[in-house]
Design a protein around this ligand. Structure first.
Ligand code: HEM
Ligand SMILES: *[C@@H]1O[C@H](CO)[C@@H](O)[C@H](O)[C@H]1NC(C)=O
Ligand SMILES: *[C@@H]1O[C@H](CO)[C@@H](O)[C@H](O)[C@H]1NC(C)=O
Ligand SMILES: *[C@@H]1O[C@H](CO)[C@@H](O)[C@H](O)[C@H]1NC(C)=O
Length: 225
């Protein structure tokens, strides 16, 4: 007969609890696109926030790249805002976006230094028509990202985000607008502010991820996976 000692059980519980409680994100169900996101509300100006939302497929294999859907809702006076998937400005995919008329432009960037981030082909985006819009107060986009969850964190090491727990993210934003908003290679001014948070991926898991991507991209299911 095998016995698990009390201390072992308590230690096991304590190992689990911080990861669950540490995340700064909360569940957000988007009826328009059908995705369940985990959301972090980044402080912007007084009384305003920028919502950063992530959805991932259920059952992603730890250590293997997987797709993610990102949705961002920003007040109209946000010139650009960005998400750093590795929780820092350097050596991770930067998803930078801004409003463009009634729609939005998503720009894939990367940098090894604290200087203007250049276009990054290691991550690619498909902006969905559903979930990408603006109204009198906000602009919002929803996009599929390939290449955001696994990236060259150094020349000798790839980092893959944990699909079953929390990952450290960073945001940055500026109220200044990009110089050429219709172009995803536009330049944009340096951030007014940046900060870090812990984003839970376990609560971002969608069992119907592939069919939701198909529905929102307007593509047939067999061309999605
Ligand atoms: C115009 C483009 C940009 C310029 C010139 C720029 C420049 C800089 C500089 C000089 C710092 C160091 C500041 C300090 O030490 O106080 C910094 C830090 C930071 N930047 Fe940027 N940045 C740009 C775009 C971005 C973007 C697009 C993101 C994220 C999407 C970002 C995220 C961060 C973060 C999180 C930090 C804190 C330090 C770190 O985690 O590496 N930056 N940036
Ligand atoms: C801009 O969009 C094109 C077409 O979708 C894409 O090939 C390119 O990688 C994008 N560039 C950036 C910087 O996002
Ligand atoms: C405007 O859009 C934002 C972001 O999508 C949303 O949260 C807000 O409820 C919308 N406001 C109205 C009045 O529909
Ligand atoms: C990182 O992943 C890329 C794409 O899968 C691969 O080409 C590259 O060799 C990997 N780098 C390392 C250091 O493992």
């Amino acid at each position: 007969m095998r016995l698990i000692s009390g201390t072992t059980a308590v230690a096991a519980l304590m190992a689990l609890v911080p990861e669950t409680l540490a995340a700064d994100s909360a569940v957000f169900r988007d009826s328009e696109t059908g995705f369940t996101f985990s959301q972090y509300s980044a402080p912007y100006k007084i009384g305003k926030t920028i919502a950063f939302r992530v959805a991932v497929p259920s059952g992603a294999t730890p250590g293997q790249p997987y797709d993610a859907v990102i949705q961002v809702a920003a007040p109209n006076d946000v010139g650009w805002c960005g998400l750093a998937w590795g929780g820092r400005m350097t050596n991770d995919p930067l998803t930078v976006a801004w409003a463009n008329g009634q729609s939005a432009v998503v720009s894939s960037r990367f940098t090894t230094q604290h200087s203007f981030p250049q276009p990054y082909t290691g991550a690619s985006y498909e902006v969905f028509r559903t979930g990408t819009k603006s109204n009198s107060t906000h602009w919002q986009y929803t996009a599929l990202c390939r290449g955001c969850t696994s990236f060259p964190a150094s020349s000798s090491r790839n980092t893959t985000l944990n699909p079953n727990g929390a990952n450290t993210f960073a945001f940055a934003y500026a109220s200044g607008k990009p110089s050429n908003p219709s172009s995803n290679t536009s330049s944009f001014p340096v951030h007014d502010s940046y900060n870090y948070w812990s984003h839970d991926f376990a609560s971002a898991a969608n069992p119907d991820f592939v069919s939701l991507v198909a529905r929102n991209s307007g593509r047939a299911l067999e061309f999605v996976a």
